[in-house]
Design a protein around this ligand. Sequence first.
Ligand code: COD
Ligand code: ATP
Length: 292
Amino acid sequence: MSAFIAARLRPSLAERLADLAVQALIDEADLSPKPALVDRRGSGAHRDLDLRLMHASARALWPAFHAMADAGQSLAELGQPLRETIGRLGREGEARMLAVTGGVNTHRGAIWALGLLVTAAALEPVQAAPQQVSLRAARLARLEDRQMPAQAPSHGERVRQRYGVRGAREEARCGFPGALQHGLPQLRRSRAAGFDENHAQLDALLAIMAQLEDTCVLHRAGLEGLASMQHGARAVLQAGGSATLAGRRCLKALEHDLLALNASPGGAADLLAATLFLDRLEPMLGAPIGSL
Ligand SMILES: CC(C)(COP(=O)(O)OP(=O)(O)OC[C@H]1O[C@@H](n2cnc3c(N)ncnc32)[C@H](O)[C@@H]1O)[C@@H](O)C(=O)NCCC(=O)NCCS
Ligand SMILES: Nc1ncnc2c1ncn2[C@@H]1O[C@H](COP(=O)(O)OP(=O)(O)OP(=O)(O)O)[C@@H](O)[C@H]1O
């Protein structure tokens, strides 16, 4: 193969970042057994979601992530034009998601979190450590999007007003502490303890759930649901994590409690996808191009 053809077959940076984001969404959806969320076993607490829909939605978002990465590279400056461009691309991504799912919200929070992270990664791919990328994503999230159309209050908006919690916007503006301070450290601790990747990822999800003010849970199950999620997740980790017999017993109890309350930790699931993206980003960018 000539060097010219080989160069044309290499995936671009934007393509690799979109691949990584979509893969993080697919892996998050597939991870099982997640308490009350869509996974390989079923739909959890959801009546309008299933695994096939989550996969179709994740794949349909590839062009949106690609366009955000492209914008990061071409505008090349962390400022208002980039913020407003990715705001528009994020809304177009949501519209595409809704078209593919027949109006069901499969990935609203995930488009927001991963969209910011993909853009932040594309801006300065040589500074790809989780801390560096999430800091740039936070700076983007803190900029106002003046083009944002007025909308009816979202579930998150209503919950924020009712309970005074922070929600998805603030989580991003603070640099995704759920992923950086809880998900990622737990993922790496569980791997270091010798647990397999599936259990390490489940433990990472539980570490996020143990402290997050998840507006999905608050919307469906109020403060009682939030307390159940946080205490139940903490109990699994304190029992030794999802790989141990005692931990698995607690995980079953947690799922039982969440299903009884119709609560589903969708925000924590989004932050697990963000955790997986950040965990894989630096190794992927350091690898020779085309090796993904
Ligand atoms: C910020 C978003 C998520 C809206 O948030 P809001 O809380 O108002 O809406 P809503 O309740 O519909 O969805 C929030 C979603 O975030 C996730 N979530 C819930 N709680 C949390 C939390 N504490 N932390 C992080 N994510 C959470 C859940 O998946 C939930 O479904 C987003 O849709 C948005 O405003 N996008 C605008 C387009 C944009 O600017 N995009 C930028 C580049 S992607
Ligand atoms: N595996 C998963 N299972 C369920 N939800 C998930 C999963 N992964 C991520 N999520 C997130 O959860 C959110 C969907 O939750 P939910 O259906 O409670 O939201 P909603 O549309 O606000 O509420 P409702 O469907 O109760 O009216 C999505 O924004 C999505 O990003």
